[in-house]
Design a protein around this ligand. Structure first.
Ligand code: FE
Ligand code: CA
Length: 545
């Protein structure tokens, strides 16, 4: 039983949780909103009550619910962005997720939530109400505060005659605490049509402290391949909501969200393939800057509506999502955005080609000046055993040719001066044991990050684990792996034929990465096993386990 369950003083402090459909603010946040600090389009703020089981919010204490045509919780639940004392709880009402309004109509709907200390939800320790606002696709984000550190909780939502399945979440260790162990899932790239989400089914059977998603949660282009998803490419808010609806209604993804809080960042496909800052890709349906930024704004909003993130709702195309999450003194996690602020890769019309002079311009950037400055501050302050960057595109060098004529310019290889700056910051900060977690390329790569990737004796500044995709096809890359590995003394292993996820087991002594591989993601129920395991000892470099 948590200490606060029978502590009335503590509970009264908790009873002023303020809920809004555009994000939840604490009582302090409400004061800020009253004094005019809130964003102009912030949705109305409503109050939720929190109490013990004797004053618990139940369906009978909620305002009458509308008649739903089907289960309004078709997209499941999620939790995310855990802190030592709080976590975000998410759901969205959508009885008919493939209708433009989710089958909900124009009215806001009040729903209830409960949090318990046990998996059967007998000991309810907090409950409340939240307003599902039609302006945000009837999604809710509950910022659940005053929790105990390093604890597992269970939660559910309910409205009318419907309630969600019970889901598990977990707070991070207390600030300063050095946990004995953390287990983190690492996932990316789930193009629906290209494979079954067996990797998520496997992940959902594991006991995890958090799941880290490196982006490509949706793909803007779908179709028929292994599975069928005939849905138009989204160009407006309704279009993006439909894609999220189509993805999130899948049982395997819902199950993966039920086992742990997620920490999510985006890559390109949440908006459009390989976009760079405010520049659309070649052949885009939104080719000019104005139409692309309008599209980026609605894509970002739809992402917010469907992700359990501790962020205010976006109010336009410019929206910082980089943020820090600390797991006590064991892991300092910096969640990065390598898409929104990057310089246009002006060297070639394609993403593969020679590096031109512009790539070496000292102002060329992947993270943008503001995010770089923020990251530098986090690195300088960190006293964590492992310094983790959760990001999108491959940071290690992939050399295809002995000269400068062929690079993947969408990766950090296209931005050598920006990579050098980041490596300089890592060294100058003396942040311990940098570990970079990457997605994007639908294949697995293990290697060290070297100051000079072409020099086998170069100083090493960290380790990168590139995780394979959940379902997006990567098989074509298999042919280039031997070419890249032969010219890369710091890369140790790669594979591109298997989908899966990576399970990282972190202790004060070592970082252990287990690559979980689905035998064949083009058929349902294919077996999953750990194919290879890699270890970074505290103060050392990555080696096979
Ligand atoms: Fe991808
Ligand atoms: Ca990508």
């Amino acid at each position: 039983m948590p200490a606060f369950a029978d502590n009335p003083t503590s509970l009264s402090r908790r009873s002023f949780l303020i809920v809004s459909a555009g994000g939840i603010v604490s009582a302090g946040g409400l004061l800020a909103a009253c004094s005019g600090d809130s964003t102009p389009s912030a949705p109305p703020v409503t109050t939720a009550t929190v109490g013990t089981s004797s004053t618990t919010t139940t369906s009978s204490t909620l305002p009458p619910a509308p008649a739903f045509s089907a289960d309004p919780f078709s997209l499941g639940v999620a939790s995310g962005d855990p802190a030592h004392d709080s976590v975000i709880l998410w759901t969205r009402l959508a009885p008919s997720p493939m209708d433009p309004d989710g089958g909900m109509g124009p009215e806001p709907v009040t729903i209830g939530w409960q949090v318990a200390a046990d998996e059967n939800m007998v000991e309810v320790i907090a409950s409340g109400q939240a307003v599902a606002d039609p302006d945000f696709a009837h999604s809710v984000h509950v910022d659940l505060g005053d929790l105990e550190p390093a604890r597992t909780y269970w939660y559910r939502f309910f409205v009318g005659d419907f309630e969600t399945e019970i889901a598990r979440t977990r707070t991070t260790p207390a600030p300063g605490a050095l946990a004995d162990q953390l287990v983190l899932g690492h996932v990316s790239c789930q193009r629906f049509a290209q494979g079954y989400w067996t990797a998520f089914e496997d992940l959902a059977t594991h006991d995890l402290d958090a799941v880290l998603h490196c982006g490509d949660y949706i793909y803007e282009r779908n179709g028929s391949d292994v599975r069928e998803l005939e849905i138009p490419e989204p160009l407006d808010l309704a279009g993006y909501r439909l894609v999220y609806g189509a993805y999130k209604r899948e049982p395997a993804l819902r199950a993966a969200h039920r086992v742990a809080p997620w920490v999510v960042t985006w890559d390109d496909h949440e908006v459009e393939n390989n976009y760079q800052g405010d520049v659309a890709e070649e052949g885009s349906q939104t080719p000019d800057r104005e139409s692309f930024l309008a599209r980026r704004a609605v894509a970002y909003q739809a992402w917010w509506e469907h992700m359990p993130v501790r962020l205010p709702a976006p109010t336009g195309p410019n929206w910082p999502i980089h943020r820090g999450i600390d797991f006590g003194r064991l892991v300092s996690l910096s969640v990065l955005d390598t898409r929104q602020y990057r310089s246009d890769q002006a060297c070639a019309p394609a993403d593969i080609g020679p590096r031109c002079e512009g790539a070496f311009d000292p102002d060329f950037t992947v993270l943008g000046a503001r995010q770089e400055e923020w990251l530098r501050g986090r690195l300088d302050e960190s006293d964590a055993r492992f310094t983790v960057l959760q990001q999108q595109v491959v940071m290690q060098q992939w050399r295809f040719l002995p000269d400068d004529q062929l690079w993947n310019l969408d990766q950090w290889d296209g931005y050598p001066s920006a990579r050098q700056r980041l490596f300089d910051d890592l060294r100058a900060s003396e942040a311990a044991n940098p570990v970079v977690l990457t997605g994007d390329v639908h294949s697995s790569w293990v290697g060290s990050l070297a100051l000079d990737f072409d020099d086998a004796d170069s100083e090493v500044v960290g380790t990168e684990f590139v995780g394979t995709s959940i379902s997006s096809d990567g098989d074509l890359l298999e042919a280039v792996i031997p070419v890249v590995l032969a010219q890369s003394p710091h890369l140790q292993w790669a594979q591109a034929t298997n989908r899966g996820w990576t399970r990282h087991v972190v202790t004060p002594d070592e970082w252990r990465a287990e690559y979980r591989e689905v035998d064949d993601a083009t058929i349902e129920g294919s077996p999953v096993e750990t194919s290879t395991t890699w270890v970074v000892p505290d103060g050392g470099q990555v080696t096979p386990a």
